[in-house]
Ligand binder design. Structure first.
Ligand code: DLZ
Length: 152
């Protein structure tokens, strides 16, 4: 994991099935998050990885709910929301965050939280796991999901 205070995790994901649900807004940042999640799941040796794309972060909870109900071991949710000039940002962030949390709690399936909620694109790029980024939030969310499955 990256970022101040983040744990260093060694994970054995063999035998696990994971679904990555990913929004589509802010393509460059999303590509970085997806690559990071794929890299982390590959490094952990996760047996089966499926990817589901949805339009925006608001749609992440329903995709995560459907994935969790399909019997997989964990879900990794990835999205990028960048603040604009209206309150829309708050509504999308809140709905996505509470929705994803609710999916994890109601199904018992761990959901890795890879939703970036940023003031501007520069902040998002710095967390996208791209060359020059200081953090890799896609990998972090994937590692957290796998680590939680292994812990429970
Ligand atoms: C409408 C919208 C806006 C303004 N900004 C973003 C964003 O920064 N990131 C994101 O993932 N999605 C955004 N959306 C789309 C909403 O999440 C949703 O897809 C639409 O409101 C349609 O339900």
């Amino acid at each position: 994991m990256s970022g101040a205070g983040a744990p260093s995790l060694t994970l054995d994901g063999s035998g696990l099935r994971v679904v990555v649900v990913a929004a589509s807004w802010h393509t460059t940042v999303m590509d970085g998050l997806l690559d990071g999640a794929r890299r982390a799941l590959g490094k952990a040796g996760v047996t089966e990885v499926r990817e589901v794309r949805v339009p925006g972060s608001f749609e992440l909870p329903v995709a995560a709910a459907k994935a969790a109900a399909s019997g997989v071991d964990a879900v990794v949710a990835l999205g990028v929301v960048i603040r604009g000039g209206t309150p829309h940002f708050e509504y999308v962030c809140q709905a996505a965050t509470q929705g994803l949390s609710s999916v994890a709690l109601t199904t018992g399936v761990p959901v890795g939280f890879g939703l970036l909620t940023c003031d501007d694109e520069a902040q998002a790029l710095d967390r996208a796991g791209l060359p020059g980024s200081s953090e890799d939030k896609g990998a972090e969310a994937a590692e957290a999901a796998v680590a939680t499955v292994l812990a429970l």
